[in-house]
Ligand binder design. Sequence first.
Ligand code: HEC
Length: 117
Amino acid sequence: MKLHRGLTALAFAGALAAGLSAAAQDRSPTASKDALDPAQVQRGKELYAERCSHCHGFNMVSAGDVTYDLRTFPHDQRERFFESVTNGKDRLMPPWGDVLTQEEIGDIWSYIRTGGK
Ligand code: HEC
């Protein structure tokens, strides 16, 4: 019986460690999301729905074959986002520099960084 108790304790410790590391992983994406201004995200979401969703998909869900799947756009490439959205890309992605202000593109950028959730 002593052996059995030892194993149970070991299994418990293992589960606890797994649980703790899962919790630590959960926290980091939420922490970076906290830095986003919810009002800005909301405006970006509306602009996205109006201007981008017919190509990039509802809630950013796109097949990703022709149109870039924006859920995978690297969040550390802000410059590239502004450049591509303002000037377009490869003649497939239209330029938005005359339609949207830089501030509006910034709002969409906030929305993109939520990953569509
Ligand atoms: C007419 C369809 C269409 C619309 C509307 C559209 N896009 Fe795109 N977008 C594309 C296509 C196609 C690509 C892939 C271009 C390529 O990489 O060749 C793309 C690529 C992108 C990329 C990736 C560029 C890069 O650097 O690789 C971003 C970011 C992007 N679009 C953002 C937006 C945003 C934000 C909007 C709304 C303001 C928008 N798109 C509206 C078709 C569209």
